[in-house]
Design a protein around this ligand. Structure first.
Ligand code: EPZ
Length: 432
């Protein structure tokens, strides 16, 4: 498993404009792996998860579950067994939560099964303040006694949680997942209105139903859960990562479609494909679970708005911005989900992109080409956008702070080298 090495700055060095071709296998979805691992808290029987990606965030979730008392074994490539036999702690400590906000996903399961949870309040991150007020408000409605002090969430429900009618005033993915997991062992029926509809929410519901949960409406904005007494163990396969898939699809389009994508989840990317088509890019199935991404014409500028699923995902915004930075004409991207998700813009401008940000809008004027420079990754998905930029830029690009990259993309440099890219990892001692 990956870990962060202290006192050393790691970077990726890319020599751009190499010819890329070959096949990339899309890994299991990070944003399914994390809630699905947290769901293992809901049973004392063995849980086996398949297609788990080797990501820093998955390692962090593993450390958190082992801290709680889980025995976790790697059975084979990407296959892990998780078993919570004896609780050793009902606390999610700060050093783990600060590394990965999604640690909040153990709150609902721990509270509904054990009646108590102490979870460090997740900090913000570079894309925004990332509050969890909607999670806490819904759990309070379910009868939990919640206090937040000294940077921790103290949640108590000694007599269990009760099913209620929850209405989120904005769609929240992990909020929906947390309440769904809290509701499966609650007393009575829970209705979640304005629920998130992401495929990862549906995947979690599918896993919980295989464990014996009673859930209806997942994938719509109204989910109904009838609490049951106990959940059994399960074997569950994580769905492919639609964001990694979209990232490599952008790369393939920029390199003339010579990259074949395997395990590509077409069904989760309908709206993204509509945007690709507007730009002049086609996703072409070439076998049962392989696609090629080709551009049969000159790429055209577009206007993209990020929205909750099933619309354009905020997690692909930076990658599309990189592509549009070298598409002739004027494009525009509106970021509606996070308040600060344009941190990659100044970095792209260091590579020669012509982008102006005004509030939620980024105005992109296509340039002939990007040229290599030293840049840094600013958040998980923007780091992939910087890699794409380095691959199309003329000359060498060095990307710092790439721990963001390892959080969300499995062995991305190895995958790119297999395609013919000149990408190498380097380390610089932090001086002074
Ligand atoms: C999930 O984060 C994903 N993470 C994010 O992916 C993704 O960008 C995001 O959904 C949006 O699609 C995981 O699934 C682990 P939200 P989440 O709650 O659940 C506001 C990646 O790169 N909000 O749907 O934290 C929030 O500030 C990551 O893989 C509240 O105001 O996002 C944001 O503006 C980055 N109060 C909006 O809702 C709350 O209690 C959507 O956030 C919760 C959220």
């Amino acid at each position: 498993m990956l870990e962060i090495r202290e006192g050393v700055v790691e970077y990726l060095e890319i020599d751009g404009q190499k010819e890329l071709k070959g096949t990339v296998r899309i890994s299991g979805a990070k944003n399914s792996a994390l809630p699905d691992m947290a769901a293992a808290v809901l049973t004392d029987e063995p849980v086996v998860l398949e297609n788990l990606p080797y990501l820093l965030d998955v390692s962090t979730m593993r450390s958190l579950l082992e801290h709680i008392g889980f025995d976790i074994q790697e059975l084979s490539e990407g296959v892990f067994s998780l078993r919570l036999k004896d609780i050793s702690s009902l606390e999610a400590p700060y050093e783990l939560v600060s590394r990965m906000r999604a640690s909040i996903l153990v709150l609902g399961p721990m509270l509904t099964r054990f009646g108590y949870a102490k979870v460090a309040l997740p900090g913000g991150c570079s894309i925004g303040t990332r509050p969890v007020d909607l999670h806490l408000k819904a759990l309070k409605q379910m009868g939990a006694d919640i206090t937040v002090e000294h940077g921790f969430i103290y949640a108590k429900a000694p007599y269990g949680l009760k099913g209620v009618h929850v209405r989120f005033n904005k769609k929240t993915v992990t909020g929906t997942e947390n309440i769904m997991m809290a509701a499966v062992l609650a007393d009575g029926e829970t209705v979640i209105e304005n629920a998130a509809m992401e495929p990862e929410v549906v995947d979690l519901a599918n896993m919980l139903k295989k464990m014996g949960a009673n859930i209806k409406g997942e994938g719509t904005d109204r989910i109904i859960i009838k609490g049951v007494k106990k959940l059994s163990g399960v074997k569950h396969r994580i769905i492919p990562d639609r964001i990694e898939a979209g990232t490599f699809a952008v790369l393939s389009a920029l390199f003339g479609g010579s990259i074949v994508l395997e395990n590509y989840p077409v069904r989760y990317l309908d709206y993204v494909h509509k945007v690709f088509n507007k730009i002049g890019i086609d996703v072409v199935p070439i076998s049962e679970n392989q696609v090629a991404v080709r551009s049969s014409q000159k790429l055209k500028p577009v206007y993209i708005q990020t929205k909750e699923y099933p619309y354009f995902p905020t997690d692909l915004q930076a990658q599309f911005m990189t592509m549009l930075s070298v598409v002739e004409g004027r494009s525009r991207i509106t970021e509606n989900i996070f308040e600060n998700r344009f941190m990659h813009v100044p970095e792209l401008k260091r590579l020669g992109a012509d982008i102006t940000v005004r509030g939620k809008d980024a105005f992109i004027k296509g340039v002939e080409k990007l040229t290599g420079a030293q840049v840094k990754a600013t958040d998980l998905r923007a780091s992939a956008a910087m890699v794409i930029a380095g691959l199309i830029a003329e000359g060498k690009t060095r990307i710092y702070d790439i721990y963001h990259l390892d959080r969300g993309y499995e062995n991305i440099d190895a995958k790119l080298r297999l395609l013919g890219a000149s990408v190498k990892r380097g380390f610089e001692e932090i001086s002074g």
